[in-house]
Design a protein around this ligand. Structure first.
Ligand code: MV4
Length: 506
C-alpha cells in the first residue's frame, strides 16, 4: 500500500480524498495556489506544497510543478480528483514515467475515450448500442447532408474532442447545415484545438443516466448502479440521484452489463463512468466515458455502502477487487445538491466573496462534502462549487424530506448561493414524481413560480410582519393555509433578521 499520496486538486474533492487517506493510514499531501493559501484542503492535509500563482495554468494544471511537488514530498501516488488534470492522458503518462502511480486509468484508456469518434468506432465493433450517426469527422456540407438524410432529422453536430455539450448544435433541416457545420468546426478548433465535427441523430427529451464502473488491474470489472443526472443547466449538473427513479431492475442490469463491456473494450482500470442517453421508450445509447472519479460519486457510495476513493486507492496499489458483481446490492435512495457560490438573481453568475457566517446541516441521513469554512474567502479563480449536500433515506420520499430539512438548517452568509433553488426543485410535483429529462430545470426556471421566488427580500420581510400579525390575531385562518406557507414567511423574516445581525457584525 502507498505511504504518501499527493492530491493534485483543491476544494471539496481534495478534502474528500484526504479523508480517505487518513482512514487508510496514508499521509496526505496537498498542493495549493496563491488563492488557496488558507483553503480547507491545505488546513486538513498532513503536508502542503505551494505551486504558484492563482491561475490554473500556473498551478493545478501545471504538470511540471505538480510532479516537482510530488518528488519533493516523496509521494508514491497522485490522486487527480475531478477536473484539472484528471482526464489528461499526458499527465497520467508523465506520472508513470516518473515512477509515481496515477490513481486512475492508464493514459492509453484515457486517450481512447478522449476522441468521441474513436470511442464510437471501437464501441460499435464491440456491439455496444450507440446513437446512430457518423463514425468520423465530416469534411463537407454535402457529406453532412448525406449522413443526415440517412439517419433523419433532427441531427446533432458534435465536436469529436468535445464533451459536456460544448460545441454541440441541434440541426432541424438541411438548410441549417450550410452555416452550422463550418461554425461548429471553427468553434471546436478554438475550444479544443481540434476542429473535427461529426454527426449523430438527435434524441429528443433524453434522460442523462450514467453507470458507475470499477475495474481492477487483474481483469475484474463490476458496475455499481446508475445515477440519474438529468437535472442540469447549460450542461452543468445541479442535482443527481441514485438509483434513477425511472430505471427498472431489468434496465439497470442491461445498462450495467453494457457499461462493463465498454470498460473491458477500452482496457479500462480504476473507477470510471459510462454515460448514456435514454430516450422516452427506454432505449439507451452509449454517449461517452468519463475516466475519473465524478463529483456525484457520493450518491453511489450511499446506496452501495462502498467507499469509492478507498477502492480507487486499493486498485491503484494493485489489489484485486474485494467483491464480485453478485455481492453488489443497492439499498435506499440518495440525492445530491451541488451548492455553488452563484447569484440566482444574476442568471446564476459566479458570486465569490468572504463567508461571514456558516451554519452547516447534519443529522440523520445527511452527508456533506464541503470545501468551505466560516471566515474563508471563495476565490474567483476556479469552479464555484462550494459543497455537496447529500440526503439519504430508505426510500426516495425519505431522502427528499431529509434534504428539505437539512436545507433549512443550511445558512451561508456573506455570499450568494443557489441553496434556494433546491428547496424549489424538491417541492416541485414533477420532481417528486420523478418526471425528469434534460430539459426539466430550464422548464422549472421559466415557469411562473420563479418570478415570485425572486421577489425582493424586503417585500418578503414586510409580508412576514403582516403574516405574523394575522397569525396571532386569527390562528384559525392561518391554520387553514397549512404549515408550509406560514413557516416560509416566518423563515424569510428570520433569515432577514440574521442578515441584519451579520451586517452589524461586519
Ligand atoms: C445528445 C443529445 C441528444 N441527441 N446527443 C450534451 C452533453 C453531452 N455529453 C451530450 N449531450 C447531449 N447529446 C444526441 N445524439 C442531447 C444532449 C444533451 C444533454 C445530455 C446530457 C445532459 C444534459 C443535456 C442537455 C442538453 C442536451
Amino acid at each position: 500500500m502507498f505511504k504518501k499520496i499527493l492530491i493534485a486538486n483543491r476544494g471539496e474533492i481534495a478534502v474528500r480524498v484526504i479523508r480517505a487517506c487518513r482512514e487508510m493510514g496514508i499521509t496526505a499531501v496537498a498542493v495549493y495556489s496563491d488563492a488557496d493559501r488558507a483553503s480547507l484542503h491545505v488546513i486538513q492535509a498532513d503536508e502542503a506544497y505551494h505551486l504558484g500563482p492563482s491561475a490554473a495554468a500556473d498551478s493545478y494544471l501545471n504538470i511540471p510543478k505538480i510532479l516537482d511537488a510530488a518528488k519533493r514530498s516523496g509521494a508514491d501516488a497522485i490522486h487527480p480528483g475531478y477536473g484539472f488534470l484528471s482526464e489528461n492522458a499526458g499527465f497520467a503518462q508523465a506520472c508513470a514515467d516518473t515512477g509515481i502511480k496515477f490513481i486512475g486509468p492508464t493514459a492509453a484508456a484515457m486517450e481512447m475515450m478522449g476522441s468521441k469518434t474513436r470511442a464510437r468506432q471501437t464501441m460499435a465493433q464491440a456491439g455496444i448500442p450507440f446513437v446512430p450517426g457518423a463514425f468520423r469527422g465530416l469534411s463537407s456540407v454535402e457529406e453532412a447532408a448525406e449522413v443526415a438524410d440517412k439517419i433523419g432529422y433532427p441531427v446533432m453536430l458534435k465536436a469529436a474532442a468535445g464533451g459536456g455539450g460544448k460545441g454541440m448544435r441541434l440541426i432541424q433541416a438541411r438548410e441549417e447545415l450550410q452555416s452550422a457545420l463550418p461554425a461548429a468546426q471553427s468553434e471546436a478548433q478554438r475550444a479544443f484545438g481540434d476542429g473535427e465535427v461529426y454527426m449523430e441523430k438527435a434524441i429528443l427529451h433524453p434522460r442523462h443516466i450514467e453507470m458507475q464502473v470499477l475495474a481492477d488491474e487483474h481483469g475484474n470489472t463490476v458496475y455499481l448502479g446508475e445515477r440519474e443526472c438529468s437535472i442540469q443547466r447549460r450542461h452543468q449538473k445541479v442535482m443527481e440521484e441514485a438509483p434513477s427513479p425511472m430505471v427498472s431492475a431489468d434496465l439497470r442490469r442491461r445498462m450495467g452489463e453494457v457499461a462493463v463491456r465498454v470498460a473491458k473494450t477500452a482496457g479500462y482500470t480504476n473507477a470510471g463512468t459510462v454515460e448514456f442517453l435514454v430516450d422516452q421508450e427506454q432505449n439507451f445509447y452509449f454517449l461517452e466515458m468519463n475516466t475519473r472519479l465524478q463529483v456525484e460519486h457520493p450518491v453511489t457510495e450511499l446506496v452501495t455502502g462502498l467507499d469509492l476513493v478507498h477502492l480507487q486507492i486499493r486498485i491503484a496499489a494493485g489489489e484485486t477487487l474485494p467483491f464480485a458483481q453478485d455481492d453488489v446490492s443497492l439499498r435506499g435512495h440518495a440525492i445530491e445538491c451541488r451548492i455553488y457560490a452563484e447569484d440566482p438573481d444574476n442568471n446564476y453568475f459566479p458570486s465569490p466573496g468572504k463567508i461571514t457566517l456558516l451554519l452547516a446541516p447534519s443529522g440523520p441521513g445527511i452527508r456533506r462534502d464541503s470545501g468551505m469554512y466560516e471566515g474563508w474567502t471563495v476565490p474567483i479563480d476556479y469552479d464555484p462549487l462550494l459543497a455537496k449536500l447529500i440526503g439519504y433515506g430508505s426510500d426516495r420520499p425519505q431522502a427528499i424530506s431529509r434534504l428539505v430539512r437539512a436545507l433549512r438548517e443550511y445558512f451561508v452568509g456573506g455570499i450568494k448561493t443557489n441553496l434556494a433553488l433546491f428547496r424549489r426543485i424538491l417541492s416541485d410535483p414533477d420532481f417528486q414524481a420523478g418526471r425528469l429529462d434534460t430539459g426539466y430545470l430550464d422548464r422549472l426556471l421559466q415557469s411562473p413560480h420563479s418570478a415570485a421566488s425572486q421577489e425582493d427580500s424586503k417585500v418578503a420581510a414586510i409580508a412576514a410582519g403582516v403574516f405574523a400579525v394575522l397569525d396571532s390575531a386569527s390562528p384559525g385562518r392561518v391554520a387553514e393555509r397549512g404549515p408550509e406557507p406560514v413557516s416560509h414567511w416566518k423563515r424569510t423574516a428570520r433569515t432577514e433578521a440574521l442578515g441584519e445581525q451579520l451586517r452589524t457584525k461586519n
